[in-house]
Ligand binder design. Structure first.
Ligand SMILES: Cc1cc2nc3c(=O)[nH]c(=O)nc-3n(C[C@H](O)[C@H](O)[C@H](O)COP(=O)(O)OP(=O)(O)OC[C@H]3O[C@@H](n4cnc5c(N)ncnc54)[C@H](O)[C@@H]3O)c2cc1C
Length: 459
């Protein structure tokens, strides 16, 4: 038997390692448009110690390691570009501690969003975390590793801003704790007032270490939740509308979306506004504040509230599964998006560009803007659907997404969960001293270059 395979079996047991063709095929790809590449081994550890021993083995043998949650980032970030080991984290899924008064939870590095959601619903029904609209099987650690966003991002920032502590296996095999948990038993702060070392791991796409435990903030779950949709056909008014709504500080979340199909949505921008409250009066008060903030647009007939009734159950779902239905418009179930982070003021230019690209590459589009931290920025999702059985359509989507990212970078945006081509584009534009700093960090943390190689390849 292969020596490496035997060593991996010695660490995690026979059932948690594979180099069989079926598994290798599956772990070579993700659901997006990036081409597959096969790993040599797939390993599913159960403990931090096992992760540590696998990393030590990989270091000795100079084998690449790609940490993987559920592989749903869509931009090829878990495709093992240089082979080696895919480290499937999903068996490390224990919820370790909830500090109710401190409003934080500590989970293992493969815990899914869905598992934490149902655990809180069962045991702490008055607490919640910021759930992304990604499938429920996606993992919390991966989401913060890529600076994901969830339902509470409008109020509290990126999901990575909500991290309260990390346990990381460094690329050289040491286990390291980040934040208040590095000095005592409590996981209430990832950084302040210490130097905030979490930045060495968040946003690095698994290239600087493997998160084996993560603490995240919990927030009050109000008794009621409701949704309104404000509609306007004027792209140029969207930033102003968002500004007025966020200025009330009354809303849980805001997403803006437009899509040509079904026809009832065509040519309109839909500003979905989520409200929460503990009583009917609280909810009604917030609703009135928002109506008041938008009265001017209603009076000028530039916008108005539409009936949400048929859409309401879908809109209030967490995660919102209806989003994935877009993938079925051309049949064949695929979609890909570029999601640059940029200023809300640039909404009209992005909206225009999505439509242009869809027409140029003959693909179906949807545009979504997720508002971040009360309007400091937005994630503008430029999405194109494709048929998985149509290689030409996949190629057109790939080129459209690439052009969308170039456009965003030209406008001063920054890419979110960039694929390897987008990472290169970003690094080409980056201040050379910033790039040098990234290189120093990367080379010091991962001297053998074994962690998710091909990504954030700074030199
Ligand atoms: C329909 C749909 C809707 C979506 N909506 C949202 C949304 O609303 N918000 C949002 O943020 N995203 C969204 N996404 C994108 C994505 O699915 C999520 O960000 C999700 O959290 C990714 O988790 P994952 O476990 O699949 O990550 P993976 O794809 O497995 O990993 C992502 C990255 O993290 C790294 N990584 C994984 N685990 C670890 C670890 N333990 N330590 C270090 N690095 C690690 C990987 O190497 C990779 O670079 C959506 C995707 C789909 C398909």
């Amino acid at each position: 038997m292969d020596r490496i395979l035997q060593s991996l079996i010695d660490i995690v047991g026979e059932k948690a390692v594979s180099n069989h063709a079926e598994e290798i095929w599956y772990y070579a790809r993700d659901p997006g448009v990036m081409p597959p590449h096969e790993p040599d081994y797939v390993v599913a550890p159960r403990t931090t110690e096992e992760v540590q021993r696998i990393v030590q083995l990989a270091n000795r043998e100079r084998i690449p390691i790609v940490p993987m949650g559920n592989g749903m980032a869509l931009t090829g970030l878990v495709i093992p570009l240089k082979g080696g080991i895919v480290l499937d984290m999903k068996r490390m899924d224990r919820i370790l501690e909830v500090n109710e008064r401190g409003r934080y939870v500590i989970v293992e590095g493969g815990t899914s969003q869905g598992k934490l959601k149902s655990y809180l619903e069962d045991h702490y029904p008055h607490l919640r975390h910021s759930i992304p609209d990604a499938p429920a099987a996606t993992t919390i650690a991966a989401n913060v590793a890529i600076h994901g966003q969830g339902r509470l991002t409008q109020q509290y920032g990126f999901n990575s801003d909500m991290v309260t502590g990390l346990e990381v296996v460094l690329p050289t095999g040491e286990v390291c704790r980040i934040g208040s948990c590095s000095m005592g038993p409590y996981w209430f702060s990832k950084g302040p007032t210490l130097p905030d070392l979490s930045g060495l791991f968040l946003g690095w796409l698994g290239t600087t270490g493997i998160i084996t435990k993560v603490g995240i903030r919990l927030y009050p779950r109000k008794k009621m939740r409701d949704v309104e949709i404000f509609v306007t056909d004027r792209d140029d008014l969207v930033a102003d509308i968002v500004y007025r709504v966020t200025h009330t500080e009354m809303v849980e979340d805001i997403t803006v979306w437009f899509q040509p199909k079904p026809l009832m949505f065509k040519d309109n921008n839909h500003i979905t506004i989520y409200l929460t409250g503990d009583t009917d009066e609280e909810l009604e008060f917030k609703r009135l504040m928002i109506w008041d903030a938008l009265r001017e647009f209603i009076d000028s007939k530039d916008g108005g509230f539409m009936s949400v009734q048929p859409l309401k159950p879908m809109l209030l779902e967490m995660p919102q599964r209806g989003i994935a239905a877009f993938a079925d418009v051309p049949k064949g179930g695929g979609f890909e998006y570029s999601g640059p982070i940029t200023l809300v003021d640039q909404y009209p230019m992005y909206a225009e560009k999505v439509k242009q690209l869809a027409s140029k590459y003959n693909v179906v589009y949807a545009g979504t803007a997720r508002i971040i931290s009360g309007g400091h920025a937005m994630m503008f999702g430029i999405s194109f659907a494709f048929n998985r059985a149509d290689p030409d359509m996949i190629d057109r989507v790939r080129r459209a997404v690439h052009e969308a990212t170039e456009f965003a970078l030209d406008l001063g945006g920054i890419p979110w969960k960039p694929n390897i081509h987008e990472q290169k584009l970003a690094m080409e534009r980056m201040d050379p001293n910033t790039l040098r700093l990234m290189k120093m960090i990367k080379q010091n943390l991962d001297p053998q270059g074994i962690m998710n190689p091909g990504n954030w390849e700074v030199g």
